[in-house]
Design a protein around this ligand. Structure first.
Ligand code: ADP
Length: 504
C-alpha cells in the first residue's frame, strides 16, 4: 500500500528532472520582465532605485507597473524566475542602472572590463534583435538571457540581463527538493485517493482471515485432543476427515496411525493373554504333578524301609543305599517344586509371627557348624548382634531359607574358608545376610541364580548341589513373608545373600 505509491511518485519525480530541468530556459520570462520594467525606465530611474524591486522578484514576488491587460496580477505569476541568480539592468550606454541577486554589480558605474568582454556578443545581439539567450559551450541549459527594453515609440531604454544559477550545489539541492516534494505529495495523494477502497477491502480481508484462522485452529485443536487421547492409550480414537486439504490429509494419516496402533495393541494383548494362560497352565501342571508324585513317593519310601527292615540281610546293601538316596533326592525335589508352585500361587499356608531372629540364626548355626567344620574345615560364625529386633516371619520357613543359603555358601566355599550369618536392623525392618569367602558369582550369572532350575557349574552342581530350585524357592518364600532376597558377589572373593523382612 505504501511502497507502490512511493515508488510510482519517485519515478514521476525523477523523470520530471529530465523533462522539466531545474534551470529553465529564461527567454520568455526575461522578455516579460523587460516589458514590465519598461514603464519605470521610461519615467526615468536613478541608478540603484530598481535594485530592491529586482531583489524582491528573485525572492519570489513584487508588484511592478504591469503591461497592459495584466495590471492586477502578481508579476511572479507570469514571470518565472525560479533558479535565477542575478538580474541586471543596463542603460543604453552600458552603465549599470540596477543589479540584484548573487554578487550584484556596482550600480551607477559602467560595466567593468571583464563583463564588457564576456557579455559583448550577447548585448550586441540583444541590441540588434530584441531578445537573445546565451548558452554555455558545454551544456544545453541557457546560462543567461538579455532583452532590449524599448518604449512604445521605439526608443531604446536599456538592456535587461537575467543570469541563471548554474551552481552545481544549488541545482543538486533543488533537484532533491523537487524529488522529495513530488514523491511525498504524490504518495500521500494516491493513498488518500485509494483510502475509501483500501479500508473496506482491508476490513473484509481481515474478517475473512480471522474466520479461516479460527476454522484452522479449531481443526488443529481437535487433532491435538485426539493425539492426546491416543497417547493416553485410547487407540480407538479417530478424527472426522471433512476436507481434502492438508489438514484433512493429516487427519487421514492420523486415523491410519491410530488404527495401526490399535491393531498392534490388540495383537500384543492377545499375545500377553496367551503367554499368561500358558504360564498359568504350566504352573498348574507343576503343582498337580508334584502333588500327585508325593503319594507314590511316600509309598515307595515306605516299601524301601520295609524291605530294608525285613529282608535287609538278604539284599545287597549298596543297591539298597543307592535306592534310598535317590528316593530321598526325588522326595526333596518334589517337595521343593510343590512348595514353590504353591508359594507362586499365593496358596502356601504360613504362620506369620514375631520371630526372634537371633534364635533362628543360632539354631541354624548349631545344626550346621559341626558338620561344616568336620567335613569341609569351614568355620560357620553367628555374627548377629545381641539386641536384634524381632521380624515378621514364618519361623519354620525362615529357618528353611537360612539353611538353604548356608548350605549353598558351604558348598561354594573352599576348605579353610569362613561362612558368617550377620543381621542388622534396617529402617522398618531387619536384614539377615549369609556371607561367605567362597568362589563368588560372575555379574552376568548373578541375574540368573534366582531362576528356577538354574545351576552355575552344571556338571559339578549335578553331583554336589540340588536341582537349581533352592534360591528360586528361598526368594519366593521371602516374598510370601512380605520380604525380599537379593545377592551381591565378587568373583573370587565371596558372596552375600541378604533376606530382608518387616519388623514385628
Ligand atoms: P542349587 O544349589 O541346587 O544348584 P540354587 O538355586 O540354590 O541351586 O543355586 C543356584 C546356583 O547359584 C548354584 O548352582 C550356584 O552356581 C550359585 N550359587 C548359589 N549360592 C552360591 C554361593 N554362596 N556362592 C557361589 N555360587 C552360589
Amino acid at each position: 500500500l505504501v511502497i507502490v505509491p512511493v515508488v510510482f511518485s519517485l519515478f514521476v519525480a525523477i523523470s520530471s528532472l529530465a523533462t522539466a530541468p531545474i534551470v529553465r530556459p529564461i527567454d520568455t520570462s526575461t522578455e516579460r520582465l523587460a516589458q514590465a520594467l519598461e514603464p519605470s525606465l521610461r519615467k526615468g530611474v536613478t541608478p540603484g532605485e530598481l535594485s530592491p524591486v529586482l531583489a524582491q522578484l528573485i525572492d519570489g514576488g513584487a508588484q511592478l507597473p504591469l503591461p497592459v491587460g495584466q495590471e492586477t496580477e502578481d508579476i511572479g505569476e507570469f514571470v518565472d524566475l525560479a533558479g535565477v541568480r542575478r538580474i541586471t539592468v543596463l542603460s543604453t550606454d552600458r552603465m549599470v542602472l540596477a543589479s540584484a541577486g548573487q554578487e550584484p554589480l556596482a550600480v551607477g558605474q559602467p560595466l567593468d572590463e571583464t563583463w564588457q568582454t564576456e557579455w559583448r556578443l550577447t548585448l550586441d545581439q540583444a541590441a540588434a534583435s530584441g531578445c537573445v539567450s546565451a548558452r554555455p559551450i558545454d551544456g544545453p541549459l541557457p546560462e543567461a538571457a538579455a532583452c532590449r527594453m524599448t518604449a512604445a515609440d521605439g526608443q531604446v531604454l536599456g538592456t535587461l540581463v537575467v543570469e541563471n544559477n548554474m551552481d552545481a550545489r544549488f541545482q543538486f539541492g533543488a533537484a532533491i527538493g523537487r524529488v522529495l516534494g513530488i514523491t511525498l505529495f504524490g504518495a500521500s495523494f494516491t493513498l488518500l485517493l485509494a483510502l475509501p477502497v483500501i479500508v473496506p477491502v482491508l476490513l473484509v480481508a481481515l474478517g475473512i482471515g480471522a474466520l479461516i484462522a479460527r476454522q484452522i485452529s479449531r481443526r488443529v485443536e481437535r487433532l491435538t485432543q485426539a493425539a492426546g487421547d491416543v497417547a493416553a492409550g485410547n487407540y480407538a480414537r479417530r478424527v472426522v476427515v471433512d476436507r481434502e486439504d492438508e489438514l484433512g490429509r493429516l487427519s487421514g494419516d492420523f486415523n491410519a496411525m491410530a488404527a495401526q496402533l490399535e491393531e498392534r495393541e490388540q495383537a500384543l494383548e492377545a499375545e500377553a493373554a496367551r503367554a499368561e494362560a500358558a504360564l498359568a497352565a504350566n504352573k498348574r501342571l507343576v503343582a498337580n504333578v508334584s502333588h500327585e508324585l508325593r503319594t507314590p513317593l511316600t509309598t515307595l519310601r515306605g516299601y524301601v524301609e520295609v524291605l530294608e527292615q525285613e529282608h535287609g540281610d538278604r539284599l545287597p546293601q549298596r543297591d539298597l543305599a543307592i535306592i534310598h538316596g535317590e528316593v530321598d533326592r526325588l522326595t526333596g525335589l518334589i517337595e521343593d517344586l510343590f512348595t514353590l508352585a504353591r508359594a507362586e500361587a499365593q496358596q502356601l499356608p504360613l504362620v506369620i509371627t514375631a520371630v526372634a531372629v537371633k534364635d533362628v540364626v543360632a539354631q541354624v548355626v548349631e545344626k550346621l557348624a559341626p558338620l561344616a567344620q568336620r567335613n569341609r574345615q569351614i568355620e560357620l560364625i553367628d555374627a548377629t548382634p545381641p539386641d536384634m529386633p524381632a521380624a515378621q516371619a514364618d519361623q519354620a520357613r525362615l529357618e528353611q531359607v537360612l539353611l538353604n543359603l548356608v548350605q549353598n555358601a558351604l558348598r561354594h566355599t573352599p576348605a579353610g574358608g569362613i561362612v558368617a550369618i550377620e543381621a542388622a536392623p534396617t529402617p522398618g525392618g531387619v536384614a539377615i545376610t549369609v556371607a561367605d569367602t567362597g568362589l563368588g558369582i560372575a555379574p552376568d550369572e548373578l541375574l540368573l541364580v534366582f531362576e528356577r532350575f538354574y545351576r552355575g557349574d552344571q556338571s559339578r552342581a549335578r553331583e554336589t548341589g540340588g536341582a537349581g530350585l533352592g534360591l528360586a524357592l528361598a526368594r519366593e518364600l521371602a516374598h510370601a513373608m512380605g520380604g525380599d532376597l537379593h545377592a551381591e558377589s565378587t568373583l573370587g572373593r565371596g558372596s552375600r545373600f541378604t533376606i530382608t523382612l518387616r519388623r514385628a
